[in-house]
Design a protein around this ligand. Structure first.
Ligand code: ZN
Length: 402
């Protein structure tokens, strides 16, 4: 077997294993979104036409119109159309729905007369399911033609389910590196091993509270590509994603000690953050992962939209984690909340942070990372931060909704 083939085989085997491993510690894993309840129904409601799509979980989506003939195009990220839409109005000729391109599905609603999108929203129900609804109003052929094909971002919204206050938060822990990518190294000490051990400990600490379900992106010494990690989290219906690292930076960065928590940024000026993000992307390339096409054009629009809602939530979580470490008297970096362009933080609808628990390049951090007392305190600090954040996040989002 050629070396390249070997890697390809090893890689697909490890991806398969990881998919098999992502199961919730307490309940069976959630899968992709499917139609639920009444499914998709288009009906007349008091002078309007309403399209409702009930689904098992919220997904990124968007809507726009096309002319000649007048059509309404509704795209969903990873929604399985396992039933035909029901048409209960004379304003619609037919609906074609199904897979559109990898990761996306589409419903094309052929209209008998020009209708304009008056309101579009996705509501999340208490049980975690979601309902997308479009309100359509009659319009003129001319107005329809002018609006057709226009950027739909203004009217699309992505709303993600809040955990109920007494509910269970689904946490995906992502131990960095693994398999052919050991991460930072210091003698026999590998970042990949340290992070797996810490993730397992944190999982136990979280489960003991009864407030969390916990899944790991890897529970073994296997390689998982970066994009795959966030895809696993999204597919598992994660409420929050924590990537765990303990990297190594050259001393001349001058900042490489203590805990640092990273959130996603569009533009990154922080030199240390740039170097870290590049290093992690580099590990994927070395392992033979093709990064091209991770985000196509349509998903970029949607992801930006969803991130606008998610980013303040990730920032709040990062602040809580810093506060948690401080209240447990653990060492934090002098500039503890930074932002970077890390691929694993790009799951747009899942609040995500990357925690550098410490730096293997720092003698003091290295000793701490290997200490049981420290790792137990660090796990408790993250636990406290998550509990506080979950409560605040819930209240804030309830307030926003009113
Ligand atoms: Zn790392």
């Amino acid at each position: 077997m050629s070396r390249q083939n070997f890697f390809r085989r090893a890689l697909s085997a490890s991806i398969f294993m990881c998919l098999a491993h992502v199961t919730w510690a307490e309940t069976p894993g959630a899968g992709l979104a499917r139609l639920a309840g009444e499914g998709a129904v288009i009906s007349d409601t008091g002078g309007r036409v309403e399209m409702r799509v009930e689904m098992s979980q919220p997904v990124p989506w968007r809507v726009h119109t096309l002319d000649a003939p007048p059509r309404l195009i509704v795209d969903f990220s990873e929604l399985i159309w396992d039933a035909d839409p029901v048409i209960q109005t004379g304003s619609v000729v037919q609906v074609n729905s199904g897979a559109y391109r990898p990761g996306w599905s589409r419903a094309v609603v052929v209209l008998r007369e020009p209708l304009a999108v008056d309101a579009a929203e996705m509501q999340v129900m208490a049980d975690g399911s979601a309902v997308m609804s479009l309100q359509l109003l009659p319009t003129t052929a001319e107005a329809f033609r002018e609006a057709a094909g226009i950027d739909p971002v203004e009217i699309s919204r992505v709303i993600v389910a809040p955990p109920p206050p007494s509910g269970v938060l689904r946490v995906v822990l992502d131990p960095g590196h693994g398999g052919i990518d050991p991460g930072a190294e210091d003698g026999d000490l590998h970042e990949a091993d340290l992070m797996l051990a810490f993730a397992r400990e944190l999982k136990e600490v979280l489960l003991r509270t009864g407030r969390f379900e916990v899944a790991l992106t890897r529970d073994d010494d296997v390689f998982v590509p970066l994009a795959e990690r966030m895809t696993l989290a999204r597919a598992a219906g994660a409420d929050v994603f924590l990537s765990l690292h303990a990297d190594s930076l050259a001393e001349d960065d001058g900042v490489a000690s203590g805990m640092t928590v990273y959130t996603l940024a569009e533009t990154v000026t922080d030199a240390a953050a740039l170097r870290l993000a590049e290093r992690h992307a580099q590990n994927d390339i070395l392992a033979g992962v093709d990064l091209a096409g991770v985000e196509d054009e349509i998903s970029v629009v949607l992801m930006d939209l969803a991130r606008r809602e998610t980013m303040p939530r990730s920032d709040a979580l990062a602040a809580r984690i810093v506060a948690g470490f401080r209240s447990h008297e653990l060492v934090v970096n002098s500039n503890p909340h930074r932002s970077g362009g890390f691929t694993v933080l790009k799951a747009a609808e899942v609040p995500s942070v990357l925690i550098e628990l410490g730096f293997l390049s720092s003698k003091r951090d290295r000793a701490l990372l290997m200490s049981d007392a420290w790792s137990n305190s660090a796990a408790e600090a993250v636990r406290d931060a998550l509990m506080q954040w979950a409560d605040e996040d819930y209240l804030m989002r309830q307030g926003l909704r009113r």
